[in-house]
Design a binder for this molecule. Structure first.
Ligand code: NIG
Ligand code: FE
Length: 409
């Protein structure tokens, strides 16, 4: 067994003796900390922590924190980081006045990404995605979720999911895979939407399930994508394979997707830039997490989810990046945390906990990561010396990360 001790930690943030429950309301605002601390890691797990001053536990490796702080690695519960090409051309079109939805309707956007991905061999896709994964891990992300959805035909969706499986096997921290065959309607099905839904349900889903390629199912429920009714057909079919929903709803319009997803036992409903009073009421009572992705409205120059109200109303809020080439070409969790504070009214402690504890719950990993708790994975960020946790969202352009540990390494 390898014992690693980190000593002289200014603040050990997000500590708990037991795995924290899903945090709601006021509980989100209290970020538990231990000052002047040490942390002991055994192999890939957190073993113990305590205050400096007394005798330190024996260890094989001793790491000096030099007054830096330690916090749980971020859990990014919503990404699309497997893709074939960036879409900076569309970015320029939007700067010239075209909207995301207009570009999508004209066959750009997700369909453009699908055209590029279909042409790219699996190996090249994997290599590119691995670089992105390593980049975000170096920025402090531990566990994360990755979606398919740029294939949109059976072979290409399977290709994407196999790339995600390889990333899972290679990653130093947990990766969850989500099947998003219903991300956009391919142009060939423009006049027969039902045929694509049938293809998805009758061909894609059984293959995805047979190869065990997905942990969750997702649908982009939106005017430019799939209706609530279409989403429900897909969720119903997916349930037969044990795939729980994590869905894109209410990015541009409140269509009733929240209520339907909750009814289908969704683990999370993601985006929520536009929410109705009824959506808030339903989510306040549901086990379903509300995942906000503020990098997307930042990049699309659109309005932000009402996260302040969501927390005050008792919703279980988590924060993720939505890393993708169209609406959030950034997988930097620290920037999402800054936006959650600056643009959505969260306090630093709330945003940090939404990005760690609740992020882990949004991937059903609440017992394994997202908190500094004995027995949990040692996925950690050691910071440069920072004055307080508020510095993390405050210094939005600085690299305050000194070192990242994934599985204790
Ligand atoms: O979460 N909204 C749908 N899916 C992505 C965007 C994907 C893309 O534009 O390529 C999102 O914003
Ligand atoms: Fe997304």
């Amino acid at each position: 067994m390898q014992r690693t001790l980190i000593k002289n930690i200014d603040r050990l943030l997000g500590v708990a003796e037991e795995p924290p429950p899903l945090l709601r309301g006021k509980a989100l605002a209290t970020l538990p900390e231990l000052t002047q601390a040490w942390l002991l890691i055994e192999d890939d797990r957190i073993a113990a922590f305590g205050e400096m001053g007394g005798e330190l536990p024996r260890a094989d490796v001793v790491i000096e924190a030099f007054g830096g702080s330690v916090l749980p690695a971020f859990v990014d519960s919503h990404t699309h980081l497997v893709f074939a090409a960036w879409r900076e051309g569309e970015f320029v079109l939007r700067l010239q006045g075209k909207s995301y939805e207009e570009i999508a309707r004209a066959g750009g956007g997700i369909l453009h990404s699908a055209a590029r991905l279909r042409q790219m061999p699996e190996e090249a896709l994997y290599e590119q995605a691995l670089q992105r994964l390593e980049e975000v891990q170096n920025q402090g992300t531990g566990a994360l979720e990755i979606k398919s959805g740029y294939g949109l035909d059976t072979d290409s969706e399977l290709k994407m999911l196999r790339v995600i499986r390889r990333l899972k096997e290679h990653s130093a921290a947990p990766v969850k895979a989500t099947f998003l065959g219903a991300h956009a309607l391919p142009l060939a099905y423009k006049n027969d939407r039902a045929a694509y839904i049938r293809l998805l349900i009758e061909q894609m889903l059984p293959r995805v399930a047979a190869e065990g390629l997905a942990d969750y199912v997702d649908v982009f429920c939106e005017k430019v994508a799939f209706s609530v009714d279409e989403m429900e057909q897909i969720l119903e079919a997916s349930a037969k394979y044990g795939l729980k929903p994590k869905v894109h709803v209410n990015q541009f319009h409140a269509l009733g997707g929240v209520e339907a997803a909750v009814r289908h036992g969704a683990v999370s409903v993601d985006h929520l830039e536009v929410v109705s009073e009824r959506d808030l009421q339903i989510l306040a009572k549901a086990d379903t997490l509300a995942v906000i992705l503020p990098s997307a409205p930042f990049f699309l120059n659109d309005h932000y989810p009402p996260a302040r109200q969501m927390v005050d109303r008792g919703l279980a809020l988590a924060l993720a990046t939505d890393y993708n080439p169209g609406s959030s070409p950034s997988g930097r969790m620290a920037f999402s945390i800054s936006l959650a504070c600056i643009k959505c009214g969260l306090l630093p402690a709330e945003a940090l906990q939404a990005a760690t504890v609740n992020g882990a719950h949004a991937l059903e990993l609440g017992e394994l990561c997202g908190s500094i708790t004995p027995g949990m994975r040692a996925d950690l960020i050691l910071t440069k010396p920072i004055p307080s946790p508020a510095f993390i969202p405050y210094a939005f352009g600085s690299n305050w990360v000194e070192r990242v540990f994934l599985g204790g390494k």
